[in-house]
Design a binder for this molecule. Sequence first.
Ligand SMILES: Nc1ncnc2c1ncn2[C@@H]1O[C@H](COP(=O)(O)OP(=O)(O)OP(=O)(O)O)[C@@H](O)[C@H]1O
Length: 574
Amino acid sequence: MAAAGGVALGLGLSSSSFLSGSYKRSSLKPKSSNSAFGGRRRKESAAGSTTTRAAAWPLPDDLFLAVGVGLPCTVMECGDIIYRSTLPRSDGLTVTPPGLALALATVSYLWATPGVAPGFFDMFVLAFLERLFRPSFRRDDFVLGKKLGEGAFGVVYKASLADPKAASKPKQGDLVLKKATEYGAVEIWMNERVRRACASSCAEFVYGFLEKKSQGKGRGEYWLIWRFEGEETLADLMLSKEFPYNVETKILGEVQDLPKGLERENSIIQTIMRQLLFALDGLHSTGIVHRDMKPQNVIFSEGSRTFKIIDLGAATDLRVGINYIPKEFLLDPRYAAPEQYIMSTQTPSAPSAPVATALSPVLWQMNLPDRFDMYSVGLIFLQMAFPTLRPDSSLIQFNRQLKRCEYDLNAWRASVEPRASQELRRGFELLDLDEGIGWELLTSMVRYKARQRTSAKAALAHPYFNREGLLGLSVMQNLRLQFFRATQKDYSEAAKWVIKLMARSGTQTDGGFTEAQLQQMREIKPRKGSTQRNALASILRLQRKIVSTLNESMDDLNRQRKSLWWSRWIPREE
Ligand SMILES: Nc1ncnc2c1ncn2[C@@H]1O[C@H](COP(=O)(O)OP(=O)(O)OP(=O)(O)O)[C@@H](O)[C@H]1O
């Protein structure tokens, strides 16, 4: 009966692995050379097209038992059933070109911005560990100092620890405390995410907690704690007449031994821009879009001598779909890009966090949401170069002018340059240094179409940040510049040109398109009166309605699911 037991165990295994098991060769001796088990033939089509194979044993009472299912030997390697040496080796992986391509594609997808694999690691390992070792604080642990600011999302104070000697509390030094009135939990999540993914991009976050209301009624308040980075924001520094020289000493620790002038100012602005883009690239690479980039939200960190980003209250984490609501409208009109939404309005609200993470590279590539911040940084660059555009009123006026020029900076320049003031002309001169490389970078950021704007990573690789300017570019850097220029071109103009060309040369006999046909291609409108067309239109309308209803119900479901998911991460009341 040992054989019967063995057969039962062997169900579903291929005959090769089956035979390398506990059978003794003698007990399996076939009666004929082409039948593995003698007595019965395998149920296998001659062409090998069937995948079902029956194997049976003669048992003592001529009883046949057990059926195995496996691939036919025409498909898989079975080897000679008697001599093991002829069986295929089971020593591991065979690398094939399609397999390798598939593996590479999978790895690139998992690591493409904003990063599916790092996202899962962050969500299920790092965030979990951080929660275990999180220190605990209460509002009473701090003494509030002067008010630093009050915005739409809360009140910010300078603060210090009530008992600096207390164990398990953060190191000495001043802190910043924010009592969040809105989106407190989201801001805590964002800051914790940034601390794990790109700590140097933003002000150092210490902790966030939920404090019960003193009377025990209501939801309680969220408090956020950061290390105090410094007294001045970029906005404060830009207000000074000394800008950008007032930043030079802060960044370098000393004044450069150079005469004051455009070259020196340009190199200081370059350093500020590099630091800003570096910080922003850190956020974008991890799937966070700030949505409120402005000089007021860039603080100079005295400790690291760099500019850091603050105020993640309006930020959105597209890796896990947190605070991402397509219909939401959150922006500062002075610095906001012309598009109202960072994601297409056709995109439904993000699904549950793990699903959102898995799909995030697709959504990111479809919408390029980071380009919203790039427009704002472009405006900061513009304000640094043109002192006249620094006051709010001038920036608002500039925005109006740019809108009139259809967001084309070159058109704006052409309209203002002939009657420009001395100060405005100086700004153009600064950006025109090194064959206009600064102007080129600026125009690649401030564009109407998000897709045509450069990313923070590409901007950092721009030759503007090369110290010696264009003349000092190596062959590789020159190639990179050519590539950058090629990717920045507006190909819609080229498409229009091709269409025009086709119209001119096209005739029906030549097989080309006539002007009338092209017009039809441009605006395909349904003709009236066709019953077939009307029926098709009704079906399409119905289909659209079903899809939008489904999306809305999915959104509702996801909102409920997400609120459950959220409760795991939001700090509980202390
Ligand atoms: N880590 C920090 N170190 C030093 N100062 C800080 C820090 N964080 C915030 N500040 C100061 O507090 C001010 C307000 O901070 P923040 O912008 O985060 O608050 P807010 O309530 O969201 O304000 P708003 O809505 O106006 O942007 C900042 O302008 C800055 O001067």
